[in-house]
Design a protein around this ligand. Structure first.
Ligand SMILES: [Mn+2]
Length: 489
C-alpha cells in the first residue's frame, strides 16, 4: 500500500552503509552527522514533506512506512553497518526492529529510539542492540552542566575564601571515628590550602578502628592529630569541618562553634549548616568526590598518594559504586584512577578479616532475630564498633533478608549499624525516627549511637543487655511500622 514499494522496487536494490528509519528531527540530525563518514546513507520516512526536505539536502531519502515488513526486500545488506530506527512512533519502531532483526547478520547493529523505559525494554526484547531515550539524554546533559556550574561556583568561592585567609592556621575536623572518605577529603583540603599558604592540621576524635583504615593512614602517611579537649580548637585561626556539617553531631566540636568551612555530602535534616563557606551536596556519593572536583578545577597537583586516598574514599563510601553512586562519583574516580598508586591500594585492601570481626559476625549470626524481612541481632559487648557494619553488610546477603540491624555495647554507648536493600525504605530516616538525634545516614546504610544512661537502673550486666535488646528491637520495628513479637522473649 505505501507508495515506497513501487518507487524503490522500480530501481535496483538499495545498498546502504547506514539505514535510517525515520527522518524526523533526530533522524535528520543523525544523517547529517553521518555524512562526514562517506558511507552510503539511506533514509526512510512516512512523511512526504520530510522526504522532500531530506532530498533537497542531498540525502537518498525514500517515502515508506518503516513498520512495513516488505521494506527489508528493497535493501541489499552487503555493506550494511547499522540500522538506526529513529522515528517518534514507538510501535512503528518496535515493528521495524522485529522486521530487520531476523534478516540482518549478527554483525549489523540495530540502534533504536524509545520514548520511555518501558518501550526501551520492548525494543530490546525485539532485538535492538542499543536503545536510547531522548528525554533521558537531554536531562543528563542539563544536570551535568548544572553540576559543572555548581562546582565552578563553589570552587571560586572556596578559592577566594582561602585567598582572603592567606597565612592562617586552619584546623580540619573530621567526623568521629573517621572513615577513608573523611580522611582522604581532609588530606585533599590540606593540599588545596597549601596553594594559598594556609597551614593545616587534620583533627579527629574517637578511634580509627577498622584495620584497613589503620593500614590506609599508615601507608599513605597522612598526618592526623587526635583531639584532646575543647581548648585544642583555640590553636587554630579558623576551623573546617569535613564529611559532617553540624557541630556536636558525629563530632566533638561544641555546638554553636563558629566554623570557616563546611564540606559534606550527608543530608543534615532540619539544622542548617552554618559557616563562612558551606558546600553540602547530597547528590554525590562521597565527600572525596566533591574534593576531587575542587582539585581539578583549582588545578592543584594531585600526588599518587592523594589520588589513591581519594579513590579509596569514594569506593568505600559508595561500597564500590554499588550504593548511592552518581555519575559525578564515576567521573571523579576515572580522573583519579590513572593518577593513583595502585600498589599502595592493593596493600590497603588485603581483605583479611580480623579475629574480632569474625567473633562479632559469629555472635550476630547466632543471636539473630528475624521479623518479616528484618534481621536484628545483639552482639553484646564489643571492643571495635567497625565490626558492626561489616556484620550488617554480611548478613544482608542472607536469603529473604532486606534489612539488617546489628547492635552492641561499647564504653557507655549502644552502637547500632543497619543496612537495607529495600528501595521503599529510607533507612537513615527510619533510624532517626527510632533513635533520634544521634542517628541517621543514607537510604541503604545508617547508624546510631545511644547513650546507656537511660538503662543505668539495670541491676546487673545480664539485665542491662536484655533491656538494651528489647528497647533497640522495639524502637526500630516501630519506626519501620512493624510489630515486635513480644511473646518470643
Ligand atoms: Mn562520607
Amino acid at each position: 500500500m505505501p507508495p515506497a514499494q513501487k518507487s524503490v522496487d522500480s530501481v535496483k536494490k538499495l545498498k546502504p552503509g547506514y539505514l535510517i528509519l525515520g527522518g524526523g528531527i533526530i533522524g535528520f540530525a543523525v544523517a547529517k552527522d553521518l555524512r562526514k563518514n562517506e558511507k552510503e546513507i539511506i533514509v526512510f520516512d512516512v512523511d512526504k514533506a520530510r522526504v522532500e526536505t531530506l532530498r533537497q539536502d542531498g540525502f537518498n531519502a525514500f517515502l515508506g512506512d518503516i513498520s512495513d515488513p516488505t521494506l527489508v526486500n528493497s535493501i541489499d545488506f552487503k555493506n550494511l553497518i547499522c540500522v538506526a530506527v529513529l522515528s517518534s512512533d514507538d510501535n512503528a519502531n518496535i515493528k521495524a526492529v522485529s522486521n530487520f532483526k531476523p534478516v540482518v547478520s549478527e554483525s549489523v547493529r540495530i540502534i533504536a529510539r524509545a520514548s520511555d523505559g518501558l518501550k526501551k525494554e520492548e525494543l530490546v526484547a525485539a532485538g535492538a542492540n542499543y536503545v536510547f531515550v531522548p528525554p533521558k539524554i537531554v536531562s543528563n546533559t542539563v544536570v551535568e552542566y548544572l553540576d559543572m556550574m555548581e562546582t565552578k561556583h563553589s570552587g571560586n568561592r572556596l578559592a577566594s575564601w582561602l585567598e582572603d585567609h592567606r597565612g592562617i592556621k586552619l584546623g580540619i575536623i573530621l567526623h568521629d571515628n573517621p572513615d577513608p572518605d573523611a580522611i582522604s577529603s581532609g588530606f585533599a583540603l590540606m593540599e588545596i590550602a597549601k596553594k594559598y599558604g594556609v597551614s593545616t592540621e587534620i583533627l579527629y576524635d574517637g578511634k580509627i578502628g577498622h584495620h584497613e583504615n589503620k593500614a590506609f593512614i599508615n601507608l599513605l602517611s597522612i598526618p592526623m592529630t587526635k583531639i584532646t579537649g575543647v581548648d585544642c580548637y583555640d590553636r587554630y585561626d579558623k576551623l573546617a569541618m569535613i564529611d559532617c556539617s553540624i557541630p556536636g553531631v558525629n563530632n566533638s566540636v561544641p555546638a554553636g562553634k563558629h566554623l570557616g568551612i563546611i564540606i559534606d555530602h550527608h543530608s543534615h535534616g532540619d539544622i542548617e549548616p552554618n559557616a563562612e563557606f558551606v558546600d553540602v551536596r547530597t547528590n554525590v556519593g562521597s565527600s572525596a568526590t566533591i574534593l576531587t572536583k575542587y582539585l581539578q578545577q583549582m588545578d592543584v597537583t594531585v600526588s599518587k598518594e592523594l589520588a589513591a586516598a581519594l579513590l579509596y574514599g569514594i569506593r568505600t563510601d559508595t561500597n564500590d559504586f554499588r550504593r548511592n553512586t552518581t555519575s559525578a562519583d564515576f567521573a571523579a574516580a576515572s580522573f583519579l584512577h590513572p593518577l593513583s598508586d595502585h600498589d599502595l591500594l592493593a596493600q590497603v585492601e588485603t581483605p583479611s578479616m580480623s579475629v574480632e570481626t569474625l567473633d562479632v559476625l559469629g555472635d550476630a549470626i547466632r543471636n539473630r532475630e528475624v521479623v518479616g524481612t528484618c534481621l536484628l541481632s545483639n552482639v553484646g559487648v564489643i571492643r571495635n564498633r567497625d565490626a558492626l557494619p561489616q556484620a550488617a553488610d554480611y548478613l544482608l546477603t542472607m536469603e529473604g533478608i532486606s534489612t539488617t540491624v546489628i547492635f552492641g555495647i561499647m564504653d557507655d554507648n549502644i552502637y547500632v549499624s543497619a543496612r537495607n536493600d529495600d528501595i521503599r525504605v529510607h533507612l537513615g530516616d527510619v533510624m532517626r525516627q527510632a533513635f533520634g538525634e544521634n542517628a541517621g545516614g543514607h537510604p541503604t546504610a545508617a547508624g546510631a549511637k545511644i547513650s546507656l544512661g537511660v538503662f543505668s537502673s539495670a541491676k546487673d550486666k545480664h539485665t542491662l543487655q536484655k533491656l538494651v535488646e528489647e528497647s533497640v528491637v522495639k524502637r526500630f520495628l516501630m519506626a519501620m511500622g512493624m510489630e515486635s513479637d513480644d511473646d518470643d522473649e
